[in-house]
Design a protein around this ligand. Structure first.
Ligand code: SAM
Length: 241
């Protein structure tokens, strides 16, 4: 895990988070050494298209993607609740990946693959028209105006997601930063392929049925914050926006 931060063509870092905070405990390091290589969906250092393993994802099974899964509570909870659905989890923070691996082992989950780097190194390589649900939950808010463009939820990401999303796919976003929620709505409003599904306040003030909470969400709720849960649908190809 000594890879450098990925850079865009102008030399700016693509991902601004931390890869590691503290040394992994020996049990977690063993999972990273032994289990992670078996679950990796692709090598971040390469840019070749990704071919899904036979039996993983479409055409036989639904495929979902979680971007920035943190310590993986939502991802492992969803995967355990839906063993007939396959999941790709993306997270560059190795301590979080190790926490997910502990859940994968403990719950004996067979339906998770991992990409341990910046999601933008993944999205362009996944096959078109394959993903049914994308989760972006409590992403880093980058609240200072001069940092807003670092937000993972932005027009360019919506473009990349529209390519891999199936017609009618769900994009589930949640945040306790109302400024970021407003930003997400504005980005979707100017994008031709995505539409906000809410019919009234209850649809975005409450988590969807059967929701599995995340660590950041729990922290925000303990502080008394009320997160926004925004669900977007990918329009059918050929349907005017
Ligand atoms: C605030 S945390 C939220 C984690 C988790 N979703 C939760 O709700 O507890 C945001 C996460 O997104 C990850 N992240 C940030 N930029 C990313 C990127 N470009 N690609 C993938 N993950 C990213 C960070 O490493 C971090 O774990």
């Amino acid at each position: 895990m000594s890879r450098d931060m990925p850079k865009d063509p102008s030399g700016k870092p693509m991902w601004y988070g931390r890869r590691r905070t503290h040394k992994l405990r020996p049990g977690r390091q063993r999972l990273v050494d032994d289990l992670l290589p078996r679950l990796l969906i692709a090598d971040p250092a390469k840019d070749a298209p990704i071919t899904l393993d036979p039996g993983f994802g479409p055409p036989d099974r639904e495929l979902r993607l979680e971007i920035g899964f943190g310590a993986g509570e939502h991802l492992s909870g969803e995967a355990a609740a839906s063993p007939n659905v396959d999941f790709i989890g993306c997270e560059p923070f190795i301590n979080g990946v190790a926490a997910l691996l502990a859940d994968v082992e403990r719950l004996d989950l067979k339906n998770i693959r991992v990409f341990d780097d910046d999601v933008r190194l993944l999205l362009g390589r996944l096959p078109e028209n394959t993903v049914s649900v994308v989760y972006i939950l409590f992403p880093d808010p980058w609240p200072k105006a001069r940092h807003n463009r670092r937000r993972i939820f932005q027009y360019e990401t919506l473009d990349m997601l529209a390519r891999i999303a199936r017609d009618g796919a769900l994009l589930q976003f949640a945040s306790d930063h109302m400024d970021y929620a407003a930003w997400a709505l504005a980005e979707v409003r100017r994008h031709p392929d995505w539409v906000w599904t809410a019919r009234g306040p209850a649809d975005w003030r409450n988590p969807p049925e059967g929701w599995v909470s995340t660590r950041y969400e729990a922290k925000a709720v303990r502080k008394g914050d009320k997160p926004a849960y925004l669900a977007f649908r990918r329009r059918a190809r050929g349907q005017a926006g």
